[in-house]
Write a protein of this length. Structure first.
Lengths: 395, 405
């Protein structure tokens, strides 16, 4: 048993976080890129970055366990890494049990039991691999042994709907965590192959008990919108995983009062808002078109705290660009401190990282030159993840 | 303590009437209060920064100094360089946000599309209606139901979708050469119209956006679509989106009420739903969303048998107008079907049959879009087959000619 199960027994009881992280790249029955496909492969091949993405999420949790809204009590990890990923991060080669259906069922049961320690607990489920989103609230997740051609096609798959409903409060799990975060870093490229299939052919993870009122905080963060693929930086991590970890590291930071104390934190709502922006930013950088779609139930709750105010990426431009040599841009915070902005802007556009806050912006034409005009001072709120402004110096 | 009032400054009366959620912060960014522009707040003397985020993401910001015992008013307006050039463009600029190409991936840039030329892709728009047997048929005269309005900006076309009295579920179909036909359900009721906004993108295809007549509900839908959940949650607190305003007034707004109820379900705010969902379900028997919303609400409060029966009424009412309705129906029916023997045999087999139909449709739905959007030339049989390059033989309004004039 290689599963690096973290289980802080001494922390069981008071509210804590229980994580279950799964990453599948090396689908044993699927071909590599370029190899021939069989009909039961449904057009799918091995992946290159899913297991490494899951591992990065696992590392983030371990590194930030003291910053979480509730302490990390348990963390389960299943990984099926590709050879490329093992080459990039040799430590994952022998770190965790593979993400087979059998292992998934065993670890899910343990996760559910641990999450039943205290209803003030929080859970985190992260899956990266092949998937198929069936609605805004449901997706099929394919595990390592998928595609063996034995039995029904989804025998080696589980569905989010079953996991989500199985994690509801029930007679058997009366004190199950009432804050549950789901991150599904998958896609639904192959769903059209299933369009005529009967429902419920996946392996059931939990015996769902239809029970009483369900008031959980239970957002589902889907990496890929229906009809799109979850994209990756090969051998590194998926775009969604990069966006998510950037957000958790501060890009989704907000300054709010939490239990009587003003603190920088990441909440479910701030994460949702900024993940969308981050995905757009990464799409632009890598020339991709991946999206994030919120599903599940979205009451707000704090996920983690930041130990220092995050820096905001600032980008400044001038319109028209011909006016750059004679445009002096000034920014000043409320205490009169001014970040050093070169005049003229060189390199152009200006890019910097400033502390979040309110700033007064203005632009002056030096020396005055027709037809350009000064821009009168105005206030802007500069908050994570980034601030971009084009100073228009032409009427 | 002194009172602070809010005003917004837009060109159009429509936007000026929109109540916006506001945040009041101190100079160190610490949040002092959340409120909305329709009500005043009491503040201690001092300097504050008041901001409101629009559904498309722009931030209106102003600084205000509160002095003792003197009321103040803060005016929230788009920043210099972010104002709308005209009244007619405000809706697309401040509410729509980035255009989304339906049934495709990613959102598009808002850069200007290339001029019309010989390589311009043909596009046609037509209208279908559901009859009592839930069969969807082509309306002979599309322009009776969707009327073109003055173009708000180059590359954009707005259609006015008239209210449907008596209520009939209609949908538009957008055909573009070589692309999958896009079907979008039209969110209108006997007393609510809507606007359809087509925007021509740099890749020459059109994005589709619907705007509800009820501006607060429209903003709510777009806030949620843009991931601005905090703002959506704040908007559900405003008077404009309370059930008594939407369902019991002289002017009923069942579509706006449905949009509000879906957001409350997403927020898990079951207390606020109270008997809202029951009224929506009972008062508007023609509205499929009433069944999806009521069914999901009943399921959340643990009344699963009633929930299943309510979801089953979708087989008579038809497809929900909002994609959340389909999503809830599919997810719940999957759970109920899998639960086996917990329900009466007839309900169980009806559930299986309905789930099969809905699941088949769900495979072709774009769940990013708030209003139900799916592909297929025959709206009764969704698929992902593109139409040919030559669509001149297909009926419908020639969209490109509307762009030219």
């Amino acid at each position: 048993m290689k599963n690096p199960l973290i289980r802080n027994e001494n922390l069981l009881g008071p509210p804590g976080l229980h994580a279950f992280i799964v990453g599948v790249s090396d689908y044993k029955n699927l071909p590599l890129p370029g190899e021939p496909l069989a009909p039961h492969h449904l057009g799918l091949r091995k992946l290159s970055s899913a297991a490494l993405s899951a591992y990065k999420m696992y590392c983030w949790l371990l590194e930030h366990q003291n910053d979480l809204a509730v302490p990390l009590v348990s963390c389960r990890l299943l990984l099926s890494p590709s050879a490329t990923e093992i080459a990039a991060a040799p430590e994952i080669g022998d770190l965790a049990d593979p993400a087979t259906v059998e292992n998934f069922l065993v670890q899910a049961a343990g996760w559910q039991n641990d999450a039943n320690s205290n209803e003030g607990d929080m859970t985190l489920f992260y899956f990266s691999g092949h998937g198929a989103q069936q609605s805004r609230d449901d997706a099929v997740l394919l595990l390592e042994d998928f595609g063996d051609g034995v039995g029904v096609p989804l025998r080696k798959a589980v569905d989010v709907n079953n996991i989500f409903n199985g994690m509801a409060r029930s007679n058997q799990f009366r004190t199950i965590a009432q804050k549950q975060l789901y991150f599904i870093d998958a896609c639904r490229d192959f769903l059209s192959a299933f369009k005529n299939l009967e429902p419920q052919k996946t392996t059931q993870v939990f015996q769902v008990q239809l029970s009483g009122e369900d008031t959980r905080v239970a957002p589902i963060f889907y990496a890929a919108a229906p009809g799109t693929g979850a994209l990756a930086i090969p051998g590194q991590q998926t775009l969604f995983s990069k966006a998510l970890i950037d957000c958790l590291n501060g890009d989704a930071g907000q300054f709010e009062e939490v239990e009587g104390q003003e603190r920088w934190n990441i909440s479910v709502h701030s994460l949702c808002e900024v993940l969308l922006l981050k995905m757009q930013e990464l799409n632009a950088r890598f020339g991709e078109q991946q999206e994030f779609l919120p599903g599940g139930w979205w009451k707000d709750t704090v996920i983690c705290f930041l130990d220092h105010p995050p820096l905001v990426k600032v980008k400044l431009k001038v319109e028209p660009q011909e006016a750059v040599p004679c445009t002096r841009i000034m920014m000043m915070d409320l205490l009169g401190a001014a970040p050093a902005i070169p005049f003229p802007l060189n390199p152009y556009p200006y890019e910097g990282a400033w502390p979040a806050g309110y700033y007064t912006l203005s632009a002056e034409i030096v020396p005055p030159a027709v037809p350009y005009v000064n821009v009168a001072p105005f206030i802007r709120q500069i908050v994570p993840p980034h601030f971009s402004r084009t100073m228009k110096v032409i009427p | 303590m002194s009172e602070l009032f809010f005003k917004t400054d837009f060109h159009s009366s429509e936007l000026r009437s929109l109540v916006l959620p506001v945040e009041i912060r101190r100079s160190n960014l610490a949040l002092v209060k959340r409120s909305d522009t329709s009500q005043s707040v009491d503040l201690d003397p001092g300097v504050y920064y008041v901001s409101a985020k629009l559904p498309a993401g722009q931030v209106l910001l102003d600084k205000v100094t509160i002095s003792a015992d003197a009321p103040s008013t803060v005016i929230l307006a788009p920043a210099p360089g972010e104002q709308s050039p005209s009244e007619s463009m405000e809706l697309s600029l401040f509410i729509s946000g980035k255009p989304i190409l339906p049934l495709s991936s990613g959102s598009e840039t808002t850069s200007t599309p290339p001029p019309l030329g010989p390589d311009t892709i043909s596009a046609r728009l037509r209208v279908f209606a559901s009859n009592v047997s839930r069969t969807i048929t082509l309306e002979p005269d599309s322009q009776q139901w969707v009327m073109v309005q003055q173009s708000p900006a180059p590359g954009e076309i707005t259609f006015f979708c008239r209210a449907a009295s008596p209520p009939v579920i209609r949908q538009i179909q957008l055909l573009q050469s070589g692309e999958r036909p896009v079907n979008v359900l039209i969110p209108v009721s006997p007393q609510e119209s809507c606007q359809l906004l087509l925007r021509r993108l740099p890749n020459l295809r059109f994005s589709i956006d619907m705007h509800l007549e009820h501006i607060a509900a429209d903003a709510l839908v777009h806030y949620f679509q843009q991931g601005l959940i905090e703002q959506a949650a704040a908007l559900t607190e405003t008077n404009a989106l309370q059930a008594k305003e939407l369902l019991r007034g002289k002017l009923e707004h069942p579509i706006a009420a449905a949009a509000g109820a879906y957001v409350l379900l997403r927020l898990g705010d079951l207390e606020k739903l109270h008997n809202w969902t029951e009224n929506l379900y009972n008062f508007f028997a023609w509205l499929p969303d009433g069944a999806a919303i009521r069914g999901e609400h009943l399921a959340r409060i643990g009344q699963h048998e009633q929930a299943l029966n309510t979801f089953l009424s979708l087989s008579k009412r038809g497809l929900p107008l909002l994609s959340d309705g389909l999503s809830y129906a599919v997810s719940r029916l999957r759970t109920y079907v899998a639960s086996g023997t917990q329900f009466a045999q007839t309900a169980q087999s009806e559930a299986e049959s309905l789930l099969k139909q809905l699941q088949r449709l769900a495979a072709f739905v774009d769940f990013r879009l708030p209003f139900l959007t799916y592909s297929g030339l025959d709206p009764n049989n969704p698929d992902d087959v593109p139409v040919g390059e030559d669509i001149s033989g297909l009926e419908g309004v020639d969209v490109i000619s509307l762009l030219q004039h």
